[in-house]
Every structure is written in C-alpha cells, then in structure tokens.
Design a protein around this ligand. Structure first.
Ligand code: NAP
Length: 253
C-alpha cells in the first residue's frame, strides 16, 4: 500500500516515523521546499509543488497512491484545498491530520484577526514594540506601519531584510521553551505579539510567556478547512489508516 503524506509539520514527520517502522506500507513525504535545510525525515521525501490540483491528481495516479494524508500546517490553505480536490478527482481516500487550536485561558489577552494586514492595523497608530512570529513570506503588510519596532522570528533569515526603520531579527526552529521566549520578550521589551494559532506544543512557549508577562497577543484566525475525515493526533491517524487498509483489503484493492 502506498501512502503519500503532505507534510511540513512535526506531526507529518512523527507519522512518517511511525509508518516507516511498518513493513506493509511504502510511504512518501511531500514538502513544499520553503525552508533551506529541512529537518531530516524518516521516509523518502519529494520536494516542491505539484502544479495545482491537476498536478497533484496526476501524481496520485502515476504513483498509484492508495491513501493521501494531509498533515500540512493548519494555515497552509492552498495545498489542503488542492488535496481535497485531487482526492475527489482520483477517488483516493484522504485524511486530514490537524492539531486543534489553542484556546484562551485565564490571563490571556487575545485579539483575533483575519489576516496579517488586520493584525498590523490592530496595533494602532502609536509606536509599539511587536514580536512577530509569522512566515518570512508573510511580512509585507508590516511595511504599512513603519512606526512600530518589530522583532521578527523565522526559521530562515528574512532576505532581503524588510524596508523598515526598526526591525530586529532572530532565527530559530522550535521547540521553543516558555522561559526562553519570556527572556527574549523581556530583553526586547516586547509589548505585543503577532502569531498564528498553530496549536503546536512546540510553539506554545510564546503564548504562555505572553500570558505570564501580561502581554497582548494578536492571533490570526485559522483559515477554513475543506470537509474531510479529520483527526488531531498521530495515534488517531494510525488507527484511521489501519481501518482504511483493512477496508481496501476486504474490497480486494
Ligand atoms: P500553501 O499556501 O497552502 O501552498 C502553496 C503551494 O505550495 C501549494 O499550492 C503547493 O504548490 C505548494 N505546497 C504546499 N505544501 C506542500 C507540500 N507539503 N508538498 C508539496 N507542495 C506543497 O502552503 P504554505 O502556507 O506556503 O506552506 C508551505 C508548507 O509549509 C506546507 O507544507 C506547510 O505544511 C508548511 N508550513 C506552513 C506554515 C504556515 O504558517 N503556512 C507553517 C509551518 C509549516 P502546487 O500548487 O504547485 O502543488
């Protein structure tokens, strides 16, 4: 049985690791190719876009993929929509593996907004010190508010740097500890955080740190996901896959 995992997340890598240990599956992990040096993966990897719905559908057919698992980041809306359409077109069963969002607890000061532009507008006119933990390709809306002082954290360096008068950069790949994020935010006298609600334990440190410091968090709302069988954990994905494989075997596929 051939399984294609659309990845780019810790969950995709963990699922691939669990499936690699089994002898009954041929697993390929697909990455978009956004990071310069992706983390090592436990199964064969293909890198780069497929070329839209048609390209992904062709790949599924050419590679005789039996099951498609969309384990991409909750904000990777385009590839998830393509996966839904390509699966429909080819009849390949699809599972979405997506971590639930964080929910606010006592002490959290969250404002939810629809996109990065709205997050920047929510900062207001007066200059503020802002910690930004978005992808480096998503930073252009910051240019509309050059009065703020930004601290930008990304996996790879922001190159070219933003055309803004006050920006500090820090690179890093999670997991990030709450104590380290708290120290970073204090060192840069951060007053507000702009982040996505990724739901990952590895990036929750900044949310907890912001709560501890009484700092406001402007959170980007998650994009809607196309309807699909969906699970929240690698464990549940394994169970779904076993069920799908048993059904396929019963059908003589
Ligand atoms: P996106 O906007 O949903 O996708 C844009 C295009 O990138 C897709 O149409 C597809 O190109 C290609 N693509 C995306 N994921 C792919 C994958 N796993 N394998 C092959 N092609 C892929 O995606 P994005 O938000 O830029 O995210 C890109 C990748 O980074 C994803 O794999 C995601 O899991 C990971 N990631 C994203 C975020 C985030 O905040 N968005 C955070 C952490 C990790 P074609 O149409 O040519 O097939």
């Amino acid at each position: 049985m051939r399984v294609l995992i659309l990845g780019g997340t810790a969950e995709a890598r963990l699922l691939a690791e669990r499936l690699a240990a089994r002898g009954d599956l041929a697993v390929t992990l697909s990455l978009a190719g956004r990071t310069a040096a992706p983390a090592p993966q436990p199964v064969p990897v293909r890198i780069g876009g497929f070329g839209g719905v048609a390209g992904l559908a062709r790949y599924l057919a050419d590679e005789s993929i039996d099951v498609l698992i969309d384990a991409t980041h909750p904000y990777a809306a385009a590839i998830s929509a393509n996966a839904a359409a390509a699966a429909r077109r080819t009849g390949v069963p699809r599972l979405v593996l997506c971590r639930p969002p964080w929910t606010a607890t006592a002490g959290d000061r969250w404002t939810e907004v629809g996109d990065v532009g709205a997050a920047v507008r929510a900062l207001g006119e007066a200059p503020r010190r802002v910690f930004v933990t978005l992808g480096r390709q998503e930073l252009t809306p910051l240019l509309a508010a050059p009065q703020h002082h930004y601290l930008v954290r990304s996996v790879d360096p922001v190159d070219p740097p933003l055309a803004l008068p006050h920006v500090d950069y820090v690179t890093g790949r999670g997991p990030f500890k709450e104590a380290d994020d708290q120290a970073l935010m204090q060192a840069h006298r951060v007053e507000v955080l702009i982040a996505k609600n990724s739901g990952a334990a590895a990036t929750y440190g900044k949310i907890a740190a912001a709560r501890g410091l009484g700092i406001e968090v402007i959170l980007l709302r998650r994009p809607p996901t196309p309807p699909a069988p969906a699970v929240a954990t690698v464990e549940e994905a394994m169970a779904w896959l076993d069920h799908a494989l048993t059904s396929a075997a019963a059908r003589g596929v």
